[in-house]
Design a protein around this ligand. Structure first.
Ligand SMILES: Nc1ncnc2c1ncn2[C@@H]1O[C@H](COP(=O)(O)OP(=O)(O)OP(=O)(O)O)[C@@H](O)[C@H]1O
Ligand SMILES: [Mg+2]
Length: 264
């Protein structure tokens, strides 16, 4: 059985890509088979894993051809994944921005990623698939949420993070995606970029009261995270200390919560 999780928030910069990258890398280190999909035209996730297909290919069509784009449009299949840090990555490119236009023109394409992933899931090659989204509530988020079993919300302990996380939780729970994806449910969130302040502790308590529980806390580490990004290395590979321990604990919490679904 493959569990597909979309890492999502309409809020920008809340650590969606860092969470998708580091949680996937941690699960791969624990021996799980992971496919990571970059569905954000910013391609931060891909670049932060050392894969920049806009640099690699001179031609925009070739870049687009190496993303989920053709499979979503039905003009091609998913590209061969890149092997990085023990996991498989389908990268993104700025050309993926074109999908938004296509999704507007033909609304039926919004299930394109779900159909493409149904084939991957049926092949049974992965325990976990993660999809990283751009900060939107628009069609690209819908595309990624219709393809998933679970949504994982990274929520920094501040007003912006809290508002976005609560809104998406209630949107999913009110059945917004119900007709096309009745199985979608919200995982306990991960509290990200957490400073050691009284205000942050107040928001952490509020997040816990809204969600009942969380997958844990990732501290604000202004040295480690930007350098993980710049050095294109996931935190569990870059750091062997507390940063790694936090991410590995997140992976263990994720496994515990999703336990009944994982493993074949
Ligand atoms: N725990 C942390 N401590 C310090 N910096 C962090 C932490 N987590 C993430 N960051 C940094 O915060 C910035 C935003 O993170 P990231 O790109 O993962 O967010 P995002 O939600 O994916 O953003 P976007 O909405 O643009 O897709 C990055 O520079 C990242 O390195
Ligand atoms: Mg991102």
């Amino acid at each position: 059985m493959t569990l597909t999780t979309t890492v999502h928030s309409y809020a920008g910069g809340v650590a969606k890509s860092a969470t998708a990258r580091d949680l996937s890398a941690a699960l791969a280190l624990l021996g799980h088979r992971v496919l990571l999909i970059d569905a954000d035209h910013q391609a931060d996730l891909s670049v932060s894993l050392g894969v920049d297909i806009d640099e690699e290919f001179a031609n925009a069509d070739d870049s687009f051809g190496n993303t989920i784009g053709p499979a979503v449009l039905g003009t091609g299949v998913l590209p061969e994944a890149r092997r990085v840090f023990g996991l498989d990555l389908i990268p993104s490119s700025v050309t993926l921005y074109n999908l938004e236009k296509e999704l507007k023109a033909d609304v039926s394409m919004v299930v394109g990623l779900r159909y493409a992933l149904d084939e991957v899931r049926a092949a049974g090659k992965y325990d976990f698939i993660f999809i990283d989204t751009n900060p939107t509530l628009g069609d690209m988020a819908t595309l990624a949420l219709l393809a998933a079993d679970r949504v994982l919300l990274p929520i920094p302990p501040n007003r912006k993070g809290m508002r976005a996380g609560s809104f998406i939780k209630s949107r999913v729970e009110k059945g917004h995606y119900q007709r096309l994806n009745p199985g979608l449910s919200v995982l306990p969130p991960v509290i990200t970029q957490t400073p050691n302040t009284t205000l942050a502790r107040q928001y952490m308590a509020e997040i816990e009261s809204v969600f009942g529980t969380t997958l844990g806390v990732i501290k604000q580490r202004p040295g480690l995270y930007p350098s993980a990004m710049e050095r294109a290395t996931p935190v569990p590979h870059l750091d062997q200390g507390e940063g790694k321990a936090e991410v590995m604990a997140l992976a263990e919490a994720f496994l515990k919560v999703t336990g009944e679904r994982h493993g074949s």
